[in-house]
Design a protein around this ligand. Sequence first.
Ligand code: IPE
Ligand code: IPE
Ligand code: MG
Length: 255
Amino acid sequence: MKSMKNFFSKGNNTVDERGLDLNNLPKHIAIIMDGNGRWAKKRGLPRTAGHKAGVEALREIIKVSSELGIQFLTLYAFSTENWKRPTEEVSALMQLLIYYLRKEISELHKNNVKIKTIGDISRLPQAAQAEIYSAIELTKNNDGLVVNIALNYGARDEIINAVKNICQEVKNDKININEINEDIFSKFLYTKEIPDPDLVIRPSGELRISNFLLWQIAYSEFWFSDIFWPDFDRKCLIKAIIDYQNRDRRFGGIK
Ligand code: IPE
Ligand code: IPE
Ligand code: MG
């Protein structure tokens, strides 16, 4: 049990000395890890150095999320559009993914992290797929933070895929067309076992979604920042969560 002397009461809430309300944490945070290339460019380094530095930021953010008791963390690592990049950059990103999983998986497992992915991973290099499957298998019974990595993920691709699979079920008389509703549709998305994000974070100064979780973010709160992903640290995450806690989520209703 944490010492209560660092906490004070704000109404019914428990707020710590940083201003963080531990009773009102977002259940699911989704992050568009953007700005690696510009971070490197600013330092006269190759873009891949930016991606490497991005992995360091990732390590810290997973650690902090886990410590705070966040339940789901979705990380946009590679989009369906990122294949447009030069082959060398794409392979460097795939290599980095393999390296990261190999190096970190036992520590993640020790910390009770459960690895999941969204996106069509069948298009990734075999070695990357193997590493992903073994990480998922190793951590499948963990019940701590779910780290959900978006790889070859595109929300439009996900929606089209869901539509095709639902059509197939209708054709096979498994689903009646009139039964299709938002809940059923959600079950056909990559995120079927994951609640919608409460908070979406995009660093790097871009104010766009870039084909990330279009269905799931209908009522998410957004937090944008000019900071490049490799510089995104514990403080940034806590600031984003505190800002989130000061939002009034109405979901179309009134207070
Ligand atoms: C995000 O950083 C990493 C991936 C998209 C894989 P970028 O590589 O997009 O960095 P910028 O946006 O060019 O700075
Ligand atoms: C979004 O970043 C994808 C990831 C972070 C993986 P991009 O850098 O690909 O997005 P755009 O091109 O700026 O929209
Ligand atoms: Mg980018």
